[in-house]
Ligand binder design. Structure first.
Ligand SMILES: [Zn+2]
Length: 302
């Protein structure tokens, strides 16, 4: 598993480095076109990044220095982005790992609540939800399916880039009994794909349908995932927009976790209700946090 991860990271780095080299080559190429006197060996020297072999032409030295700076900046920005994505998604306090959580008892009269979205990523709906969350400055948690991530990897990347947290919701959303091998396939394959696409190793797991006894939760607990259930069920898979809005507002409590869906079917009711839910709960003093942030807020007082 570890060497597989290492190769994945190497693969991601290589993809990025190849991209950077392509950009640098393009810049050099454009510069060369503008300077017909430049010869092939000068270009080779640039590509090999060997300062000593560059001619005395000061414009070449300036160009080299600039390319060097651009390369450095691009690389550090990429590393920073990766690091941020990891730290946002990884930091589940250890006492919650392997445990099943429905809500969190908060310390210091915190008025926090988490919204979670299941069964994505999904065409259109995920984007609509990301747009609404951004507009209202809310961070949420997305429990995604490996099958959908495989189909819509760019949407998963967007979720993470927007600062939201991702969790594992299995590969295929099956309710049947899973022996250890089948559970491993559902959970580990999804985890590996999430990692490959985003660099995030999630510690959050939500069982499909909330079933706790079909082998999936047993396996996820053994693998030290925090098992995240919910305290507020919007029932957005069948409720009308106003109906699901009422359900959420009525059941909301500080420390709660709201279940909604961005994938798996027509989610227009969810998209309609979401801004109303956010506005109404903010009016009542709630602040919205991701699931790991909610867990941290409850960490020290019990
Ligand atoms: Zn689900």
């Amino acid at each position: 598993m570890r060497s597989y991860d290492t190769w994945n990271v190497l693969g991601m780095r290589l993809e990025k480095i190849t991209g950077i080299i392509a950009v640098i080559s393009l810049i050099i190429g454009l510069n060369w076109l503008g300077k017909p006197s430049a010869n092939q060996s000068t270009l080779l020297n640039f590509l090999l990044l060997d300062k000593n072999k560059i001619g005395s032409d000061s414009s070449e030295v300036v160009l080299f220095t600039k390319l060097d700076e651009i390369f450095e900046k691009m690389l550090s920005a990429l590393l920073e982005e990766e690091e941020k994505a990891r730290s946002r998604n990884l930091s589940v306090p250890p006492q919650f790992l392997g445990k099943t959580i429905y809500k969190v008892k908060l310390c210091n009269d915190e008025k926090a609540i988490s919204i979670s979205f299941d069964d994505g990523p999904w065409p259109e709906t995920t984007n609509h939800i990301l747009y609404i969350l951004k507009k209202h400055d809310v961070k949420a948690t997305f429990f995604v399916l490996g099958r959908n991530v495989q189909n819509y990897p760019a949407r998963l990347k967007q979720i993470v880039q927007h600062g939201h947290v991702i969790g594992n919701h299995t590969w295929s959303h099956s309710y049947r009994y899973h022996n250890k091998l089948a559970a491993a396939r559902e959970i580990d394959n999804t985890a590996a794909l999430l990692y490959k696409i985003t660099g995030v190793k999630t510690s959050l797991f939500r069982p499909p349908g909330g079933f706790l006894n079909n082998g999936l939760v047993a396996y996820a607990s053994k693998k030290k995932y925090a098992i995240l259930m919910w305290s507020v069920d919007s029932k957005d898979y069948y409720a009308s927009g106003p109906n699901l809005l009422n359900k959420v507002i009525r059941q909301a409590k500080f420390g709660g976790i709201v279940l909604m869906h961005d994938g798996g079917g027509d989610r227009s009711n969810t998209v309609w209700a979401l801004p109303h839910i956010i506005i109404e709960l903010k009016k009542r003093g709630y602040k919205f946090v991701t699931v790991p942030e909610l867990l941290k807020l409850g960490r020290d007082c019990h």
